[in-house]
Design a protein around this ligand. Structure first.
Ligand code: F6P
Length: 541
């Protein structure tokens, strides 16, 4: 593919212009679309890698869908996908390949990157992780005083925390319950102190997870945890109680962790795409190497689906195109992720980094500014809890919010009819958000006229329903890969760089300067507002 294709302005494509026209002229509501076409649900529901995606409650007509698929062709999405899968340096601002898909390739499926088969190294690391995870699970790995490890503290932030923390909760039903896991990310000392409160240094393993091994929060917490350990067990205990997950062997040794206890990954794995790399060490300890292998198989099944399924039934492609339609053409600024599974409590937080750090960009790959909306704001909470909190705004507020409702059919904890109740609520919300309730329907219930406007539900809120049979390691992998590739599709359409994150860098640098001034009032001043805030903080602290 020529670089011109990548940099071209998408608004100049025929399909884009057609979509803009369709958005301005489409008048059918989701309710009308559903009621007028008896085949709609079947036509807009697709499955792959054990995930079912129902787009029938989206505001898309046949014409819109055709134009979106044309847009994918005009934007060369398939060629860009193939470039990504082949290891082309599509992360242009950092000159890197984007190859998280290589982390989950099965044995016998080589992946060349810059002339080397990277799957050999991937498998070596997986084998070392497996041996280590097994030794912790079996009790063969002992702490400095000969005690078995029972507490595991993962110290990391962003992609080195959110994936492992999310997966820990998601896969609790498959985890070794004799091990307690803690995830420490915030530089607020409370995070570490509260996590260590229930840990005994003699039976605690600390995983320092940082791609760069330079991140302020992680290194500060790692040093504090090291002091906590050394105070009771001495320096010599560090090698039995600290392991590292990183790409930076030099910094790992400088910290005092033997590189024999370091599990590596590579610059072609972005932080937010790394939960299936060594960053998932805590996940592997929790669910065992087999469980981790099943998770990788789920990721890979979705990768294969994305790479080989025709566009009309390709889940990540359709999901990504619908996201572009909602965000750019319908002007819907936010997507609520509403998993009807308590085990997916941290899934919305995980997706916030995946989606917003990837597609929160306002210049194209060649640096030219976009003049259309890109990445939506993602947020959410599990249902049914959210129903008793923010759903009021989803139903009757003045902003339109798109929703992803995630349904898990089989509970790992069946209790009477609670699972049926949970799913009934998920489907009720999908129906009410998309179809609404008209004044006539409200009045027909005998509601007095003055109360009718308060009870009307505008509806027409776009909803995707994503269903899986069970939340097991395979399906979790497939679900995450679905979102990863949807994010890729959106970025490819918008022509932005989904794999860098320059926007988070400046804040880190400025914070270091402010820290200096907080500690030494004679250090450089900033702007008037910041200086006043520093002064107030110095007085209050
Ligand atoms: O804050 C941005 C970021 O670079 C994320 O992209 C990344 O996941 C996180 O920081 C943590 O980085 P590291 O793993 O290098 O500590």
């Amino acid at each position: 593919m020529s670089p011109d294709d990548v940099h071209a302005d998408p608004t100049q494509t025929r399909a884009w212009q057609r979509l803009a026209l369709l958005a301005a002229t489409s008048e059918s509501t989701i309710r009308e679309l559903l009621d007028e076409d008896p085949d709609r649900v079947k036509a807009l529901t697709h499955a792959g890698a054990r995930v079912h995606l129902d787009l029938s409650r989206q505001r898309i007509t046949d014409d819109v869908l055709r134009a979106l698929l044309d847009l994918a062709v005009e934007r060369n999405v398939a060629a860009r996908r193939d470039d990504m899968l082949a290891g082309v340096h599509i992360n242009v601002t950092e000159d890197r390949a984007v190859l998280h898909t290589a982390l989950r390739r099965p044995a016998g499926a080589p992946q060349m990157v810059d002339g080397t088969d990277v799957t050999t190294e991937v498998r070596d690391v997986l084998a070392r992780m497996a041996a280590f995870a097994e030794s912790v699970r079996s009790g063969a790995w002992l702490g400095g005083t000969g005690e078995r490890i029972t507490s595991i503290v993962n110290i990391g932030i962003g992609g080195s925390d959110l994936g492992p923390a999310m997966a820990h909760i998601a896969l609790e039903a498959f985890s070794d319950r004799s091990l307690a896991f803690h995830f420490v990310s915030n530089v607020d000392p409370t995070d570490l102190v509260e996590a260590l409160r229930s840990c005994d240094p003699a039976s605690t393993l600390v995983i320092v997870a940082s791609k760069t091994f330079t991140t302020l929060e992680t290194m500060t917490n790692a040093h504090a945890a090291r002091r906590w350990l050394v105070e009771s067990l001495g320096d010599s205990a560090v090698e039995r109680h600290f392991v590292a997950v990183s790409t930076n062997a030099e910094k790992v040794s400088e910290f005092g962790i033997d590189t024999a206890n370091m599990f590596g990954f590579w610059d072609w794995v972005g932080g937010r795409y790394s939960m299936d790399s060594a960053i998932g060490l805590s996940t592997m300890i929790a669910v065992g190497p087999d469980g981790f292998g099943q998770m990788l198989a789920g990721f890979h099944a979705m990768d294969e689906h994305f790479a080989t399924t025709p566009p009309e039934s390709n889940l990540p492609l359709l999901m990504g195109l619908v996201a572009v339609w909602n965000r750019t053409f319908l002007g819907i600024g936010t997507t609520a992720v509403l998993p009807y599974s308590q085990y997916l409590a941290r899934f919305p937080a995980y997706l916030q980094q995946l989606t917003m750090e990837s597609n929160g960009k306002s210049v194209r790959l060649d640096g030219t500014p976009v003049d259309y909306e890109t990445g939506a704001i993602f947020w959410g909470e599990p249902g049914t809890n959210g129903q008793h909190s923010f759903y009021q705004l989803l139903h009757q507020g003045t902003s339109t919010v798109a929703s992803d409702i995630i349904v898990v059919a089989r509970s790992e904890n069946p209790l009477t009819d609670q699972q049926d109740m949970l799913v009934a609520n998920a489907l009720a919300q999908a129906a009410v958000l998309s179809r609404g309730r008209t004044p006539e329907e409200v009045a027909a219930d005998g509601t007095p006229a003055w109360l009718v406007p308060h009870k009307v539900m505008p509806g027409n809120r776009p909803v995707s329903v994503i269903s899986i049979e069970r939340l097991d390691p395979f399906s979790l992998g497939a679900l995450v890969a679905l979102y990863e590739h949807s994010v890729f599709v959106q970025g490819a359409i918008w022509g932005i760089g989904s794999f860098d994150q320059w926007g988070v860098e400046l804040g880190k640098k400025v914070a270091m300067g402010i820290l200096e001034t907080i500690e030494d009032a004679s250090a450089p001043a900033f702007d008037p507002a910041t200086d006043a805030s520093i002064e107030l903080y110095r007085r209050l602290r």
